[in-house]
Design a protein. Structure first.
Length: 294
């Protein structure tokens, strides 16, 4: 709300956008979205409307904040052991798990390639000529072409889907993450299979999160041990690690404004046009699995 007002939106309109408008959109305005008889609402009182300066907060009828100060104790959530043991990989991964074998020894072949779009969940279904060296498809920074893999991580099935991705901007190294909508398997993007394996194994070691690797060295990571999605560290610590990881990614060549968001949607197979899961490439326009090669 504060940011919207800073960008010129009328304060009342900005508040309307996040209250009654949202409730009406999801058709729950009979219960939520306004402070009125018969409705459910927590209440935020402001001392300055345009600056959205919070003075008092009521939650479930209890004053949680008064005069800008917290008035209640917030208990630390204790998560069960099984919530912290969700990265289950069938073995220690190595470079062979990320190599894409071609039908030729040397040369060029046509392949289906995922084309990313910055600040968007959309992808493009591209057909590109790619290089084959020693029987393996290789990443090519001159074409902004990277290797990508999705590893099933909930039941240790051993499923690994492999593919190619264009537009992420990496010149070196690899990045791995357990934030991969909606199945949240382990997704790895990289310029060489060795760094990809190191990044993936580091993810297993920290029980989920995001890891960046270059020249066989872990350069940055954000641990997300709760379901591979949530941190158990203070927000100040997590924020610092995320900023560092973003800086590392830029040093590795990525210029996307929303790199982590783009990466997290690459495996969401219900969205067009081309995706990748632990079963392989998915043509989500034609609703079918397809081979890497044309």
């Amino acid at each position: 709300v504060r940011r919207a007002i800073e960008e010129g939106v009328d304060p009342v309109k900005a508040i309307q956008m996040v209250t009654i408008n949202a409730a009406e959109h999801f058709k729950v305005d009979d219960l939520f979205g306004s402070i009125s008889p018969g409705h459910i609402a927590d209440v935020v009182l402001l001392s300055d409307l345009e600056k959205v300066k919070v003075d008092t907060v009521l939650v479930d009828g209890v004053i949680a904040v008064s005069g800008g100060a917290l008035k209640i104790d917030i208990r630390r959530t204790e998560y069960p052991r099984e919530a912290k043991e969700t990265v289950k990989i069938h073995k220690v991964l190595d470079q062979r798990d990320f190599q894409i074998k071609a039908k030729i020894r040397e040369g060029r072949v046509k392949a289906h390639v995922i084309g990313v779009v910055d600040e968007s969940w959309k992808t493009k279904h591209l057909i590109e000529e790619v290089d084959v060296v020693d029987g393996n498809v290789i990443a090519d920074p001159s074409q902004d072409l990277a290797l990508v893999a999705v590893i099933e991580r909930h039941r240790a099935t051993g499923n690994i889907g492999k593919g190619l991705l264009k537009g992420f901007g990496l010149r070196e190294g690899a990045i791995a993450s357990t934030i991969a909508h909606d199945s949240h398997n382990l997704i790895v993007l990289g310029m060489n299979p060795i760094d990809m394996a190191i990044a993936a194994n580091e993810i297993v070691k920290i029980k989920g999160g995001i890891v960046a690797v270059a020249e066989r060295e872990v350069l940055g990571k954000v641990e997300l041990p709760i379901a591979g999605l949530i941190s158990d560290q203070p927000i100040e610590v997590v924020s610092k690690k995320v900023r560092h990881l973003d800086e590392v990614l830029r040093e590795m060549g990525c210029r996307l404004k929303a790199a982590f968001m783009v990466l997290s949607f690459i495996s969401l197979s219900v969205l067009p046009e081309l995706r990748i899961t632990d079963k392989g490439l998915v043509d989500s326009v034609r609703f079918r699995l397809i081979d890497i090669f044309v």
